[in-house]
Each structure stands twice: as structure tokens, then as C-alpha cells.
Design a protein. Sequence first.
Length: 108
Amino acid sequence: MGRQTDNRISYIRKPMAEHGYLCLGLAGVGLLLCVAGMAFSVRSQGNTPVGALSMCFSSILFSVASLMYGWKSFKEEEKNYIFAKIGTILSGLLVIWWIVTILIGIRG
């Protein structure tokens, strides 16, 4: 009997972008801080305590840092960017949320 050839296709998986994990993690922390800060603010009926303000400000910082790490991860070649894409979209939406919230606060 002859040797049988293996005709299966082997797909080599691309490794995840290193900064993608950090991007997604920072975006998640930013989202948690945003929700917690807003919850404390609503619970105190607009008289936001200093702790809640610091959570909201930290959410902005984490979101901006996540955007920067997302940008770095997209510069990595031949990587899987799924975590970077999710983190960048989430942190981008958070930054837009905070800009709109601050502008409404300044105007109103």
C-alpha cells in the first residue's frame, strides 16, 4: 500500500497584539469607573461627592490611555487585533461620552 497524503489545510493563527490586552483592560476599567461615578452622582441627586468625581476623572484618564495603547497595538504587524478593536471602540465611545457630558455641564 502506498503512503496516503494529508490534504488538510493548516491555518496558522496570528498571535494576539500585545498591547491589545492592555487596551481592552484599560477600557473595561474606564467603563466600570464611569458607571460607578455616574451611579454615585445620581444616587446623591446631583450633589456629587469628591470620590465619585475622582472616579469619573479616572475614567477619562483610563479611556485616553486605552486609546493610546490601542493605537500602539495597531502598529504591530501580523497580529490579531480583536481585543484592540473592542477596547479602542469602547474607550472612544467613553471619551465622546465624557466630552459631551462636560460640554452639557458647562452650558447648563
